[in-house]
Design a protein around this ligand. Structure first.
Ligand code: GDP
Length: 191
């Protein structure tokens, strides 16, 4: 299912007025090849294009969501752009991030291990209160699954993360992923 719940992609037809705008930096972490770029492209452009790389270097894509309570969330989505190797740079990359999406590939136990490494890094160096999400991507390849859903779910719970399996290819759970993050963002206190 690709229901989008109470959220609309603002590019479509949102007419929210009188709304609070929230900005949130969001970073993706995970092994090369797990589908980080494809997840971002699916969310931002609504397409699956394995041949197009999002960006080079330090830049991000923006996407806006309108929530039911008329909050507008403007995401700045940073993809590692192939810099997974430079672990030492990572703290610069996720500095100021409201949320981190740690991605693995459900067909790759190595990528799940690597995800756990990133979770530890975030626990050490991330902003206190950073929203951490564990994402098992390539859920369409369930016939080759080698990371059991329950194992990942339990790991996520232990580490106070929320967990989802997604497919950038079929769009399964992609919008929901960003919606769940949007819902968890701290709201500014009214003054
Ligand atoms: P990144 O290095 O983590 O950014 O990974 P990419 O987004 O470049 O994707 C790596 C490869 O995985 C590409 O060949 C994609 O076609 C493929 N891929 C990404 N997401 C999915 C998915 O959900 N399902 C399947 N079957 N393949 C995917």
């Amino acid at each position: 299912a690709r229901s989008t719940g109470g959220l609309n992609n603002i590019n479509d037809n949102s007419t929210a007025t009188d709304s609070n705008e929230l900005r949130a930096k969001l970073v993706l972490l995970g092994d090369s090849g797990v589908g980080k770029s494809c997840i971002v492209l699916r969310f931002v452009r609504g397409q699956f294009d394995p041949t197009s790389k999002v960006t080079v270097g330090a830049s991000f894509l923006s996407q806006t969501l309108a929530l039911e309570d008329s909050t507008i969330v403007k995401f700045e989505i940073w993809d590692t752009a192939g810099q997974e190797r430079y672990a030492a740079l990572a703290p610069l990359y996720y500095r100021g991030a409201a949320a981190a999406i740690v991605v693995y590939d459900i067909t790759s136990p190595e990528s799940f291990k690597k995800a756990q490494y990133w979770v530890k890094e975030l626990q050490k160096h991330g902003n206190p209160g950073i929203i951490m999400v564990l994402v098992g991507n390539k859920a369409d390849l369930h016939e080759s699954r080698s990371v059991p859903t329950q194992e990942a779910q339990e790991y996520a719970e232990k580490n106070s993360m929320f967990f989802m399996e997604t497919s950038a290819k079929t769009a399964d759970n992609i919008n929901q992923l960003f919606e769940e993050i949007a819902k968890r963002l701290p709201r500014p206190t009214a003054s």
